[in-house]
Design a protein around this ligand. Structure first.
Ligand code: CP
Length: 304
């Protein structure tokens, strides 16, 4: 059975194949008729044990545009609330002839755990502070679209690196494709030994911006931290907010990214979030084609 549990488990060739396949699907979903019949005998369950707007709707749209049958599960309104385990929940859903599971879960490693206990393809749609592989793929795809290629580009990931699955998956994906990666944030939100992943560290946002081609601005994940970790929101914004003033100090334009949801006025000011060189909605749009590619390629490995 094939899975997408993390970027850590992919080769460069896998990413290239996903992007080539996504190029095709991007062309398809820009046609007046956005659907292809590729997966009309496949059923996919989207299991969300944690809140989501983009990832959940993007997977559902990707599945529907591939003509798969789709069922959606939200833990908050399910029998998980009566004490049913993750494995029992998923095995009950699979017994209804479901072929593939997309899962978001607050616990790091939840997708890996599930893949060892159930007989289904699993796509990790974000597992706690561990990985968010499809986000990193759509982020790299969007850099490739805007700048021509990822190899050789200088990308700074700014903010709460410690609690961010987006940061970890992006580091793996960008390094795999030959980009240079820097992380920038308050010391309290940078993991110890992060340099061992082949990235450099900067705590001065102005210096990091002067260095980079692309700035990927992350949200501070208040929901994953002890309050004592955090500089106050005001202190954070003073030092790490990307605003017009900081951009005007640069001698060239940089590409601005954000995985969403944005806390406007904290990590980004509204004028910067909505600027022409901010590709935040392109990232969201590309997410559908990239997820179609991932689902299509994994489904090709299902024996019917
Ligand atoms: N980027 C992202 O994962 O957004 P959601 O939490 O809304 O899915």
């Amino acid at each position: 059975v094939n899975h997408l549990l993390g970027i850590k488990y992919l080769q460069k060739e896998d990413v290239e194949l996903i992007f080539k396949t996504a190029d095709h699907f991007k062309e398809v979903i820009n046609r007046p008729i956005k659907k292809v019949p590729s997966l009309q005998d496949i059923t996919i369950a989207n299991l969300f044990f944690e809140n989501s707007t983009r990832t959940r709707l993007s997977f559902e749209l990707a599945e529907k545009r591939l003509s798969a049958d789709v069922v959606n599960f939200s833990a908050a309104s399910s029998s998980v609330k009566k004490g049913e385990t993750l494995i029992d929940t998923v095995n009950n859903i699979l017994s209804m002839k479901v072929d593939m599971v997309v899962m978001r879960h607050p616990n790091p490693g939840a997708g890996i755990f599930l893949s060892r206990h159930v007989n289904s393809s699993i796509i990790n749609a974000g597992d706690g502070a561990h990985e968010h592989p499809t986000q990193a793929l759509l982020d790299s795809y969007s850099i490739r679209e805007r700048l021509g290629e990822v190899a050789g580009k200088k990308v700074v990931i700014v903010g709460d690196i410690l609690h961010s699955r987006v940061a970890l998956s992006n580091i793996f994906a960008l390094k795999l494709q030959g980009a240079e990666v820097k992380v920038c944030g308050p010391k309290t939100l940078l993991p110890k030994h992060i340099e061992s992943l082949g990235v450099t560290v900067e705590t001065d946002l102005t210096k990091a911006l002067q260095w980079c081609d692309v700035a990927n601005m992350l949200r501070v994940q208040n929901e994953r931290m002890d309050i004592s970790y955090f500089p106050s929101t005001r202190e954070y914004a003073q030092q790490f907010q990307l605003n017009k003033k900081k951009l005007e100090q640069l001698d060239r334009e940089i590409v601005i990214m954000h995985p969403g949801p944005i806390n406007r006025g904290v990590e980004l000011t509204s004028d910067v979030a909505d600027a022409e060189n901010a590709i935040i909605l392109d990232q969201v749009q590309n997410g559908v084609a990239v997820r179609m590619a991932v689902i299509y390629l994994l489904a090709s490995g299902i024996s019917r």
